[in-house]
Design a protein around this ligand. Structure first.
Ligand code: AMP
Length: 221
């Protein structure tokens, strides 16, 4: 089972992938998480990519492709994987085609106004990476209830401190959305032409959406 989760920043790719991957017994690979971890550990790779993450620009294709190639060789990927945040350019998608077959691309769609609100309310555990959302967001039929920790600022799972990603702050978010529309959105047509796109429109929180996504993914089991 090999999936790509496609969609703009903040749409919920990471939250959904982290919930469905353990149920299906497949790996959740987030290139953004890999880079944040390398930056935290101050490795050579971390130093190379830091400025791109800070400004909301894409890390150069050669670097990301190399990281991804190594990651999918690891043992936990044998039964399959979800790629969250990769590919982000046509070049990356073409390279991915050379190294592996993909069963389906889950394209996750959400109204842009709500995306910006959702990203500014995102909080992450500094220790385990669990994602929270502190706002109660509504528009028409759509309701995204908060995913709040029991104790403010503290992760329910590990007691770690919750923080806001620097690139989730307003100035960088706009740039990340521009980068998405210019460089990543063309992948929707790329994968449509291959007959791989399955579209999901977000209308509620993970409790509502995860079963919908799982049902589609199980078709490929
Ligand atoms: P994310 O956590 O997916 O929002 O990614 C955070 C940042 O990591 C992005 O704004 C990019 O700077 C970098 N990044 C993550 N994945 C990729 C990718 N596939 N290609 C280029 N840059 C990436």
């Amino acid at each position: 089972m090999r999936f790509v989760f496609l969609g703009p920043p903040g749409v919920g790719k990471g939250t959904y992938a982290s919930r469905v991957a353990p149920i299906l017994g497949i790996a959740h690979i987030s290139t953004g998480d890999i880079f944040r971890e390398e930056i935290k550990k101050e490795t050579e790779l971390g130093k190379k990519v830091k400025s791109y993450l800070e400004s909301g620009q894409l890390v150069p294709d050669e670097i990301v492709i190399e990281v991804l190639k190594q990651r999918i060789e690891e043992d936990d990927c044998k039964k399959g994987f979800i790629l969250d945040g990769f590919p982000r350019t046509i070049k990356q998608a073409e390279e991915l085609d050379k190294i592996t077959k993909i069963d389906a691309v889950i394209n996750i769609v959400l109204d842009e106004d709500l995306l910006v609100k959702k990203i500014s309310a995102r909080r992450i555990c500094r220790n385990c990476g669990k994602i929270y959302n502190i706002a109660d967001i509504r528009k028409g039929e759509i309701h995204l209830p908060p995913i709040a920790p029991k104790k403010e600022g503290i992760c329910d799972d590990c007691g770690g401190e919750l923080y806001q990603r620097d690139d989730d702050k307003e100035e960088v978010v706009r740039e990340r959305l521009n980068v998405y529309y210019e460089q990543t959105a063309p992948l929707i047509d790329y994968y449509k032409n291959k007959g791989l796109i399955r579209e999901i429109t977000v209308t509620g929180g993970p409790d509502k959406m995860v079963p919908v996504i799982l049902k589609i993914m199980k078709e490929y089991e």
